[in-house]
Design a protein around this ligand. Sequence first.
Ligand code: F6R
Length: 365
Amino acid sequence: EKGGYEHFMLKEIHEQPKAIRDTLAGRIKEGIVDLSQEISLTAEELNGIDRIHFVACGTAYHAGLIGKAVVERLARIPVEVDVASEYRYRNPIITPSTLVVVVSQSGETADTLAALREAQKAGAKVLGITNVVGSSVAREADEVLMTWAGPEIAVASTKAYTSQLIAIYLFGLYLARIRGTRSEAQLKEATEELLRLPEKVDNALSDADTIKQFAEQIKNHDNLFFIGRGLDHAVVMEGSLKLKEISYIHSEAYAAGELKHGTLALIEEGIPVIALATQQDIFDKMVSNIIEVKARGAHVLGLAQDGDTELTKSVDEVFTIPQTLPLFTPVVAVIPLQLLAYYTSVARGLNVDKPRNLAKSVTVE
Ligand code: F6R
């Protein structure tokens, strides 16, 4: 049942190229994203949306953070992202022209469902992004965009997350086309690149040795840091959650520019720092932040794009990921972080698929 893999998590990590392919299937016609078969909102309704709220928990919330960047950049609609347990109690400003996007692998998370119902009560339309046909989210949301990751057994979510990102990209590109915020050429270029992601993920999966070695180096540490800027910040939040969840090592994910506002005090000789630097427009800023932690003795694993020569000079170890468009880097950049969590958990002899205190589906508040 684990298809020759030692754990479900590793199997599911390796199923990502397929999960992405399946989530893209049937949604691109003649090089253009077309969701009109699945989303019944008319062009007029889609044009009338004046704000979007992404609401979810845990890993799905981290997908929502990417959703904000995607929708704001592609469709120029203001987006807020909330953890569902906060959203439902904060009396958010929801109007009939708000679109609330709930993201949930299981489609049964109690807080996410409550947020969905709150939003509907306030007159907003809800788009559900879920992996389970017939789940509560699939049944109750006004519009549904399925992810086709297949059953996810390991408690730590991997293929569901990357599939959620794909659904979000599809939605962003569809919105951009309907609202005319991107040219046909730009949309085509992005769509072609989406179709190349399965192969790029495959490529990122093929080189686990650097990650295994780094897992050996961090396995006896009590604390470490992840840093990144922009989309990379959202990705390292996911990497940090994954590592905490299954290796029980404490880590924090920081927006790299925030370090000097407090956290830099915790950087001491030998502390591991994982630095993600895929965003070219803020690359130099990221390199300066890496130099700052190196100067205080941090041992840095840098995650850079193929062809990088700059980051390589300033870090202790490097893992390179295939290049893609800036908005799409999270899909490939999360791979080494998932593998790091996995191999660290294995190196510590822990129960990878069923970490302590956690359940796969959180149906109580
Ligand atoms: C972490 C993880 C959780 C879930 C969260 C939401 O690896 O799996 O953080 O992402 O409990 O679950 P769903 O997506 O089912 O609503």
